[in-house]
Design a protein around this ligand. Structure first.
Ligand code: NAD
Ligand code: MG
Length: 384
């Protein structure tokens, strides 16, 4: 019996790497659902290779192209945003890989949890925006949420076998991104081409920019709070530019466990898909015989103010992380379109946080309202 996987966001960086993992282990996994936003060509190619039960193309103008290309196969074709949720509620798969980027991943992931489907979670924004509701639902439905984000996968792996042993703190490692050591007078002029060049990881555009601003690490602190049920004070960030230690857990006795390896997202993806088993891989191995230095330093929150803003949102809770995320999504897309500068991204997020009414314990509808209001406000100050 193979585990039937639904990949939401199959045309992205995580989605395509997941398909590589699955292609290497066809005795263990099959692909039942693939979804894409615009990239119908890649979706068609993936469908012809993996022969899924169904596919969703969110961009409805591409529906006929996909339908026509798959007309000689058994694959059912759906289109539109609503179809994502509908397909997430189908019975044809065993596990969802949530690999859509941004807030758009929330609804289908929630639907999968409501349908009792285990989640391999790459889409950190789901937990940033509505972590409390999502984890409550997962507990209610007894649905495992297995992290794919490399830091959270590391922590998850460190916690195996620890039962109820108290965590003193977790230490999230950050590469520091392409602008490590730089100061605002340099950052003010950087362009997207430079910001997209991550030293250690090849990722989608949004997370690459978030890594350059350190917003990614802030989002990951919030993600960790919900995944591992931690108090904000128990979450520390340390810059480790080599990205060999993927994160650490320090226990009540002071002992520290880490998970290590070369930076390769296929590893945490495969682990989440095969958990609790570890299955073989041919990924390159870390070689201790080669001269390497592993270094650690404090993040520069004064320069990379996004991390400070995210920590404030982490501590304040309520709809603040949701507002932070929405404003950041708009800011990142504006930066990618050369509409605003690198440091402006922080300024517009900061301003949006002060303008949208705070709600201490939002309902799901209120999260959607806060997200919409924050997006509209940020777009208005950028004049998009
Ligand atoms: P990406 O931009 O490469 O891919 C995003 C995928 O989501 C694509 O398949 C795209 O079609 C789909 N998508 C985009 N907007 C959509 C929308 N509005 N509705 C439906 N589908 C939409 O992104 P990625 O780098 O693969 O990242 C995916 C998620 O995984 C993000 O949340 C990111 O933070 C997280 N993540 C990525 C990495 C990485 O190495 N890439 C590492 C850790 C976590
Ligand atoms: Mg990460």
């Amino acid at each position: 019996m193979t585990k039937r996987i639904a990949i939401f966001g199959s045309t992205g960086s995580i989605g395509t790497q997941a398909l590589e993992v699955i292609a290497a282990h066809q005795d263990k996994f099959s692909v039942e659902v693939l979804t894409a936003h615009h990239n119908h060509e890649l979706l068609i190619e993936q469908s012809l290779q993996f022969n899924p039960n169904c596919v969703v193309i969110v961009d409805e103008t591409k529906y006929l192209l996909v339908k026509e290309a798959l007309s000689k196969t058994d694959t059912k074709v759906f289109a539109g945003e609503k179809a994502l949720e509908e397909v997430a509620g189908l019975d044809c798969y065993d596990m969802m890989l949530a690999a859509i980027v941004g807030f758009a991943g929330l609804k289908p992931t929630l639907k999968a949890i409501e349908s009792g489907k285990p989640i391999a979670l790459a889409n950190k924004e789901t937990l940033v925006v509505a972590g409390e509701l999502v984890m409550e639902k997962a507990i209610e439905k007894r649905v495992p949420v297995i992290p794919v984000d490399s830091e959270h996968s590391a922590i998850f792996q460190c916690l195996i076998g620890e039962g109820r042993n108290n965590i003193e703190k977790i230490i999230l490692t950050a590469s520091g991104g392409p602008f490590l050591g730089r100061k605002p007078n340099y950052l003010v002029n950087v362009k997207k081409e430079h910001a997209l060049q991550h030293p250690n990881w090849e990722m989608g555009a949004k997370i690459s920019i978030d890594s350059a601003t350190l917003m990614n690490k802030g989002l990951e602190m919030i993600e960790a709070k919900w995944l591992f049920n931690l108090h904000p004070d128990q979450i520390q960030v340390i810059v480790h530019p080599q990205s060999i230690i993927h994160s650490m857990v320090q226990f009540a006795d002071g002992s520290i466990k880490s998970q290590m390896g070369l930076p390769d997202m296929r590893l945490p993806i495969q682990y989440a898909l095969s958990f609790p088993q570890r299955i073989p891989s041919s990924f390159p191995r870390y070689d201790f015989k080669k001269p390497h230095t592993l270094t650690f330093e404090e993040p520069d929150i004064r320069t990379f103010r996004n991390l400070g803003l995210a920590i404030e949102a982490l501590k304040k809770g309520g709809n603040w992380p949701c507002i932070l995320n929405a404003a950041n999504e708009i800011a990142v897309y504006a930066f990618l379109r050369n509409r605003i500068g690198f440091l402006d991204m922080t300024a517009v997020v900061e301003e949006t946080l002060t303008k949208i009414p705070f709600i201490e314990k939002p309902t799901l509808d209120e999260y959607f309202e806060s997200d919409g209001a924050a997006r509209a406000y940020t777009a208005s100050i950028i004049r998009m």
